[in-house]
Write a protein that binds this ligand. Structure first.
Ligand code: ZN
Length: 403
């Protein structure tokens, strides 16, 4: 099947008819459909599909099980996510293998297609859960107890989907069989568009983290409490949003407050508390720390001025990822020899490749996103660019698998 045929088959699965966005949350019906689709397509290509104990799928091509060249991505989505994030890497991997088979290529090293579970963390709040479980970056008992918004644990969700959650465990044996991992992904920014390049190579992933800010004030009456008497947590919160934007811009970083809860949430009252989540990312750890320190001290100062108390704590932190230089250079050479100039770019988005980079030579290919919009139904890549991505991935797999 061509890229387009594969794409159109996958397209309707898990799509919300109202918003046009995807709701492919792990261990749901939509997720089961995506897994079944991947299994059928890989099986049709003659690959041996195996589910591991952590919920990831592996489709093997080749006689041996050593020094594998692995490619793949994820099919889960954020709430109302776009169609390309994750899916483009999976469909491109299937299309690339088909392209290699069509030209009668046979790999000396096994080529393996991987489908990672819960990459977005949309249901159980831990991103890259499948690769984290595999590498031991999260303890099995911690993972089993993770809950979704309805209080369902990961263990319960996996069990309901017919998987044995008690078998979750790190897989050193499987990791030891992988010689390299290459993930193709839609670009989640607009770096390639002005460079006239359909495909880029990832240099690394920015360090990033999430901080929770609790502004504690005092509930009061909107119609009777004088301004001078109020302890309104909304005021320091609002100023902090602006301060975060400024601090990030000054440091060449990014800072976003995308989630906020006002308590108790009455339209005719002063809030008792405002809880906000700061997501911050920067090209290096020094600039990230400078940004977050500035935001925290600004939030502290504004809170004091308004008689509000502030508590701030880090909820997650991911150090910078530098993809393997030798693998990167090799991929750049292979693509250049085929007449594809692929610029090297850094990204602020996390990926399974970022988790696996700590354990094996890892690389990423990005496919141009003309608007840069991602995590949205408006996410897009042109067909010609997707096809260039498939060609690039096939070239890379062919090169890596025949040494
Ligand atoms: Zn993704």
């Amino acid at each position: 099947m061509t890229f387009t045929e594969l794409w159109h088959e996958l397209e309707p699965l898990g799509r919300d008819p109202g918003t046009g966005g995807y709701r492919r949350y792990s261990w749901t019906e939509a997720d089961a459909q995506c897994r079944a689709w991947f299994t059928a397509k890989a099986t049709n290509l003659g690959l041996a599909v195996e589910a591991d104990n952590n919920g990831n799928l592996w489709a093997w091509w080749g006689d041996t099980r050593e020094n594998a060249v692995v490619t793949g991505s994820h099919l889960d989505s954020v709430p109302d996510g776009g169609g390309y994030d994750g899916a483009l890497g999976v469909v491109s991997a299937l299309a690339a293998v088909e392209m290699l088979k069509d030209k009668n290529f046979y790999p000396e090293r096994p080529v393996v297609l991987a489908l990672f579970t819960e990459e977005e963390g949309a249901r159980f709040r831990v991103p890259c859960l499948g690769s984290r479980l595999m590498t031991g970056a999260i303890a099995p008992e911690t993972a089993r107890a993770l809950t979704d918004d309805d209080g369902i644990t990961l263990a319960q969700a996996m069990t309901a989907a017919g998987h044995d959650a008690s078998a979750i465990s790190p897989r050193e044996d499987l990791l030891g069989r992988i010689g390299a991992f290459v993930e193709l992904h839609v670009e989640q920014g607009r770096a390639l568009a002005p460079l006239d390049a359909a495909v880029g190579i990832a240099k690394g992933i920015w360090p990033h983290g999430r901080w929770r800010l609790d502004f504690q004030g005092r509930a009061d009456h909107a119609g009777t409490a004088r301004f001078a008497d109020r302890k309104d947590p909304m005021l320091p919160y609002a100023r902090t949003v602006l301060a975060a934007r400024r601090a990030a811009a000054d440091n060449g970083a990014l800072a976003t407050i995308g989630k906020v809860i006002a308590e108790p949430g009455g339209a005719n009252g002063v809030s008792s508390a405002v809880i906000a989540w700061l997501d911050a990312r920067a090209p290096d750890e020094a600039r990230l720390e400078a940004t977050v320190t500035t935001v925290r001290s600004a939030a502290m100062r504004y809170s004091k001025e308004c008689g509000v108390t502030l508590s701030a704590r880090q909820e997650s932190y991911t150090p910078p990822v530098h993809f393997d230089q030798r693998l990167r250079d090799r991929i750049a050479d292979v693509l250049a020899a085929a007449g594809m100039q692929a610029p090297v770019l850094a990204t602020g988005a996390g990926h399974d490749a970022g988790v696996l980079a700590a354990r094996m030579p890892t690389a990423m290919l990005f496919v141009r996103n003309p608007t840069g919009v991602s995590h949205s139904p408006a996410e897009h890549a042109d067909l010609a660019d997707c096809e260039a991505g498939v060609r690039a991935l096939a070239l890379v797999l062919e090169d890596l698998a025949c040494q």
